[in-house]
Write a protein that binds this ligand. Structure first.
Ligand code: ATP
Ligand code: MG
Length: 254
C-alpha cells in the first residue's frame, strides 16, 4: 500500500519514484538505477511532465521502424522492469518483438528477479538468461557486452529504454537500428540512437504500443515514408526547444 496521498500535488511523480524504490528493495533495481531515475525526473520537470509534440513524432517513427523490422527486440533492465513490466509485454505482443534481459550492472540474482517480474506480467519467452547462448558484442568492456546470440546479437532493431551511451554506440557499430526512450535530449544515448523518444517511459511506452497497433494496418510503403521523413537530430533539437519554451512560460509566471 502506498503512503502517498492521491491529493499530493506531485503524486504522479512520487508514485513512479515509489515503484523504483520498491524495485530496489525487491532486488530488481541497482543503486545506480535510482540515480539514473533522478536524472530522468529532473529532465521531466524541465519538460513539464508531458508528452510533447516531438516525442509523439518520434513514437510514430519508432512504431514504423519496429513494424518494418525483421527481428525486433526489447532490451529490459532493472529500471524498466520496475516501472512498466506489463507495458513491455504488451508492446512485445503487438509488435512481435522479442524480450531480452540485458543489464548494465550485471548480476545473476538481479537477472532472475527481473525474469520473475516479466513472467508474472505475461512474458512467454525471455532471452539473455541462458549462458550457453551468450556472446560478446564487440567494442565494449566488461559484462555490459554480453548479449544473447538469438536475441540482441541477431536483431536488426533494438529498443533500449534508458540505455547508457557506450552501449548505444556499440549497438550502432554492430549495425543495429536503435530506438530509445530518454528524457535527456543531450545524453550520448539520445544523440547516438536512430530514434530517440524524449519522454518519460512510463507515459510513452503505451503510446508506442498504440501507435504500433494503428500503423499495423498500413502498408510497408507508408511505413517507410514515415521513417524516412524522421530526422533524429532535428527531433532532438525540437525537444530542446520544447524544454526552452516551457521554461520561458514558467519564467513569465514566476
Ligand atoms: P549517456 O550514457 O547516454 O550519456 P547518462 O550517463 O547521462 O547518459 P545513464 O545513467 O547512462 O545517463 O542513462 C540513463 C538515462 O535515462 C538518463 O539520460 C536519464 O535522463 C534517462 N531516464 C531515467 N529515467 C527515465 C524515465 N523514466 N524515462 C525516460 N528516460 C529516463
Ligand atoms: Mg551513461
Amino acid at each position: 500500500m502506498s503512503l502517498i496521498p492521491k491529493s499530493h500535488p506531485r503524486a504522479k511523480s512520487l508514485f513512479i519514484r515509489e515503484k523504483l524504490v520498491v524495485g530496489f528493495e525487491n532486488g530488481l533495481v541497482a543503486k545506480e538505477g535510482l540515480l539514473a531515475h533522478g536524472r530522468g525526473e529532473a529532465f521531466d520537470y524541465l519538460l513539464g511532465e508531458k508528452t510533447r509534440k516531438a516525442a509523439k513524432k518520434a513514437i510514430k517513427a519508432a512504431a514504423a521502424q519496429i513494424l518494418l523490422a525483421n527481428s525486433p527486440i526489447i532490451s529490459v533492465n532493472g529500471n524498466i522492469a520496475a516501472l512498466c513490466p506489463k507495458e513491455i509485454v504488451k508492446l512485445a505482443n503487438i509488435s512481435k518483438a522479442k524480450i531480452e534481459v540485458n543489464l548494465f550492472y550485471s548480476s545473476e540474482k538481479r537477472k532472475q528477479c527481473i525474469v520473475k517480474v516479466l513472467k508474472k506480467s505475461g512474458a512467454k519467452e525471455i532471452l539473455g538468461i541462458n549462458r550457453n547462448s551468450s556472446i560478446k558484442l564487440p567494442g565494449l568492456d566488461s559484462a555490459r557486452r554480453i548479449v544473447d546470440k538469438n536475441g540482441i546479437f541477431t536483431a536488426d532493431v533494438v529498443i533500449v529504454p534508458l540505455e547508457d551511451g557506450d552501449r548505444t554506440m556499440a549497438l550502432r557499430k554492430a549495425g543495429k537500428k536503435v530506438i530509445t526512450f530518454d528524457l535527456n535530449p543531450l545524453s550520448r544515448t539520445s544523440q547516438t540512437a536512430n530514434i530517440t523518444i524524449v519522454d518519460n517511459v512510463t507515459r510513452a511506452m503505451d503510446l508506442l504500443t498504440l501507435s504500433c497497433k494503428k500503423l499495423s494496418k498500413r502498408n510497408k510503403k507508408i511505413l517507410k515514408e514515415i521513417m524516412d521523413e524522421f530526422n533524429n537530430k532535428k527531433n532532438l533539437s525540437d525537444s530542446i526547444i520544447e524544454i526552452r519554451d516551457h521554461l520561458t512560460r514558467r519564467s513569465h509566471i514566476a
